[in-house]
Design a protein. Structure first.
Length: 304
């Protein structure tokens, strides 16, 4: 079964990696083979199928043609089905061996990933989880390109072809300096904060969300500082440079730079963000990916 119309599974693997990396050179480096082997595999596929799979762009890499995109989808389905069949034949003891590529939305990674990976290492020691962190907008690209099979992320900027399994809904809170006039309040209204200096989490889509919770109420936040680093934002708040809106709350209120952050619930009815496990709808998740998803659900649920 390794040959069909003169096409081998190895050639399909090479083609998939070229499509993901948009480069023969980078694909060869990932696969630890000579570039000539990769280019020969792609040329052979094009010859056997009688189609052009890639458009070569000078100095800009490769992009798939329409038929190339179709082959990419079917090649992934074929290899996934084969892997699942082999896992079934090998039995339960071998079901969770091998690599799994995961992408995680970077701001939530430190809150969930350590416990998720610890549980997988304990329960499935043969599973090799390769994690990439990305921001909103990039997460969906990793799934669509095949660079990751499954994602742990907020439900932000994911494409229509990506399925979501909702694990939790998390409301934002006001992160205030310990000496703030509202630090001891049971809750705080956004109108009470709008004129004060705001330290904005400056990440794609996240920034729009946080600004939007004000503008939807006819308010305009007074953004004084911006940072893409969650911990930098917290440190700035702790040093009394302003307040921020955040979702995840660390186990300690202390920051790297000293001082502490007080988390106060927001009284307004703000739309929460959903923590989801995401994967392509067109691909059935492998048992390895399902094991990851199950562990994500357990950890996120336990975190409350």
């Amino acid at each position: 079964m390794d040959q069909l119309r003169g096409i081998s599974l190895t050639q399909l693997r090479y083609f998939i990696r070229v499509a993901e990396r948009e480069s023969m050179t980078r694909a060869a480096e990932d696969l630890f083979v000579a570039q000539s082997a990769v280019s020969s595999a792609v040329a052979h596929l094009e010859k056997e199928l009688g189609v052009q799979l890639f458009i070569r762009r000078h100095a800009k890499g490769l992009i798939l043609t329409a038929v190339g995109k179709e082959l990419l989808l079917r090649a992934r389905q074929t290899l996934t089905a084969l892997a699942e069949s082999l896992e079934s034949i090998a039995g339960e003891s071998q079901a969770f061996w091998g690599p799994l590529s995961v992408v995680c939305f970077s701001p939530i990674a430190p809150f969930y990933l350590p416990a998720i990976l610890a549980g997988l290492k304990r329960d499935h020691p043969g599973l090799e989880v390769n994690v990439t962190e990305a921001v909103a907008g990039e997460v969906g690209e990793y799934l669509e390109s095949g660079r990751a099979e499954v994602a742990l992320t907020y439900d932000l900027a994911l494409g229509d072809g990506i399925g979501r399994d909702v694990l939790a809904e998390i409301r934002p809170y006001a992160a205030l300096p310990a000496g703030h006039r509202l630090a001891g309040a049971d809750s705080v209204r956004l109108a009470d904060l709008a004129d004060e200096p705001m330290i904005l989490v400056d990440l794609p889509y996240s920034r729009d969300y946080f600004i939007g919770v004000f503008t939807e109420r006819g308010l305009q936040p007074n953004v004084q500082y911006r940072s893409s680093s969650y911990e930098t934002v917290r440190a700035m708040v702790a040093q009394d440079h302003g307040y921020s809106l955040l979702h995840q709350r660390p186990a300690t209120d202390s920051t790297y730079a000293g001082g502490s952050v007080v988390a106060v619930p927001i009284a307004d009815d703000v739309v929460p963000l959903r923590v989801v496990v995401a994967a392509l709808q067109s691909m059935r998740m492998s048992r390895r990916a399902n094991a990851f998803a199950e562990r994500c659900r357990a950890v996120v649920t336990a975190a409350g």
